[in-house]
Write a protein that binds this ligand. Structure first.
Ligand SMILES: Cc1cc2nc3c(=O)[nH]c(=O)nc-3n(C[C@H](O)[C@H](O)[C@H](O)COP(=O)(O)OP(=O)(O)OC[C@H]3O[C@@H](n4cnc5c(N)ncnc54)[C@H](O)[C@@H]3O)c2cc1C
Length: 416
């Protein structure tokens, strides 16, 4: 069924009791052409574009829990494309362009809200880096402005721009097309659209091993629901990328860390943009429900537990109040964490591997949500053609041996 004002009206007549399920829950077949491990946004988007762009529909997405229960459903939903390096700018801008047509493409409202993203500068070094990034973005055709302190105050009047601040606001990058999207709608929208094209989405099905033949090529996966055959397997498991890769004997240069976030009680609309500060170390936006969605950087230790330390939350709420004294008396409602897999250069891996038939999409660290559509698009190409798309070729695994790293950590100095 197509979602529209007419289907809404029709279903209102039956008190919304007859809406069909959004996707099927089939039992796994004995074999597929392609298996995608991981039912987050990236895995589901990959399956969708495999079917839509390459006509490969004999595909299964295997998810150990429930769709979007990993980082897709845990992130703070910031979407932007103002990365410094040409390679990253191309990947994230491809993604942002896909975001801009996604609700229509999927016939599902992913609630993209292009409210603008600001990265505040608090020192001369921040100012230089921010201006350089804004200019580099413009050379890549990405909307990106530089605001001075008065400009920041005009865009976000509730922000503390006083000179008495410990680290005063000295300016900001500004990407007007950046913003937020509704995270779980993204997973559900891709799942529904992939299912409609014949993809099997199988939840509660953990992959426990990767099977290979005598030549080393992939022949399928072992799962908690039995062995499933496939000549091509894509690993899209975010915080568990290295666990899955190890099943095929591949050691990745990835560290897995908890990343926390928290939300406040809901309040009336007061904040129209996404505000990020790498130096004071907090970022915040306001959700459609009215909650402030707040985050910062990773907990510094490695862990697979989806929880973090209290002092990290304390630090980011202190930073929030420093930047927004107006929020000082707000109560926080809940906190949570996801496990993010970070590469040494803070750029993702979208790659073929030394194992024939095995492909890896991971290493997105703290900032992969915004890349969901673009990542799925180029990864589907990589799997279908057994070769990278020009946009993800620089993100291949061999960059760790050639040294052609894309060091967004140092360049942009911002997470998410
Ligand atoms: C607190 C937090 C805030 C963030 N904020 C932002 C942000 O504002 N903007 C942004 O761009 N990014 C952000 N990110 C990063 C972003 O969430 C991730 O990069 C992105 O969601 C990764 O998507 P994914 O589909 O690859 O992973 P996931 O959604 O985690 O999907 C991977 C799936 O693989 C499954 N899986 C794992 N092992 C197995 C197995 N053995 N068998 C079967 N399935 C398995 C998991 O259950 C999971 O559902 C944030 C992350 C966190 C944790």
């Amino acid at each position: 069924m197509r979602y529209s004002i007419w289907s809404l009206a029709r279903n209102a007549l039956s008190h919304h009791a007859d809406w069909p399920r959004q996707w099927r829950s089939p039992d796994p077949k004995l074999a597929y052409d392609v298996i995608i491990v991981g039912g987050g946004g990236h895995g589901l988007a990959t399956a969708y574009y495999l079917a839509k762009e390459h006509g490969i529909t004999n595909v299964a997405v295997l998810e150990k829990g429930w769709l979007g229960g990993g980082n897709t459903g845990r992130n703070t939903t910031i979407v932007r494309s103002n990365y410094l390096f040409d390679e990253s700018a191309a990947l994230y801008e491809l993604s942002l362009k896909l975001w801009e047509g996604l609700s229509r493409d999927l016939n599902y409202n992913v609630m993209l809200s292009q409210r603008g993203v600001l990265n505040l500068a608090h020192s001369l070094q921040d100012v230089r880096a921010g201006r350089r990034r804004a200019e580099a973005n413009r050379l890549n055709g990405i909307d990106s402005d530089w605001l001075d302190t008065a400009g920041v105050a005009r865009v976000c009047p509730i922000l503390n721009t006083s000179l008495s601040l410990r680290y005063p606001v000295m300016g900001s990058t500004f990407q007007p097309r950046g913003g937020t999207a509704r995270h779980d709608a993204v997973a559900w929208g891709y799942a529904r659209a992939a299912d409609a094209r014949g993809v099997d989405i199988i939840q509660n099905c953990e992959v426990t091993g990767i099977r290979r033949d005598g030549s080393g090529a992939v022949t399928g996966v072992e799962t908690t629901r039995g062995v499933i055959g496939a000549k091509k397997v894509g690993i899209v498991t975010a915080g568990h990328t290295s666990v899955l890769a190890e099943m095929a004997g591949i050691r990745l240069p990835i560290q897995s860390h908890p990343l926390q976030a928290l939300v406040s009680e809901p309040i009336k609309p007061v904040l129209d943009q996404v505000i990020m500060s790498g130096a004071i170390h907090v970022y915040v936006s306001q959700s459609d429900k009215g909650e402030l969605v707040i985050g910062a950087g990773i907990d510094s230790y490695n862990s697979y537990a989806q929880r973090g330390s209290f002092h990290v939350l304390e630090h980011q709420t202190a930073a929030l109040v420093e930047l927004f004294p107006i929020f000082a008396r707000l109560r926080m409602m809940r906190t949570w964490a996801g496990i993010v897999d970070t590469c040494p250069d803070a750029s993702p891996i979208l790659s073929t591997t030394s194992v024939p038939g095995l492909y890896i999409n991971g290493g997105w660290g703290t900032g992969g949500f915004k890349a969901t559509p673009g990542s799925g698009f180029v990864f589907a190409h990589t799997i279908a053609r057994d070769a990278p798309h020009p946009v993800n070729a620089p993100f291949s695994l061999d960059r760790f041996t050639t040294g052609a790293l894309i060091d967004e950590h140092g360049a942009a100095a911002v997470a998410h």
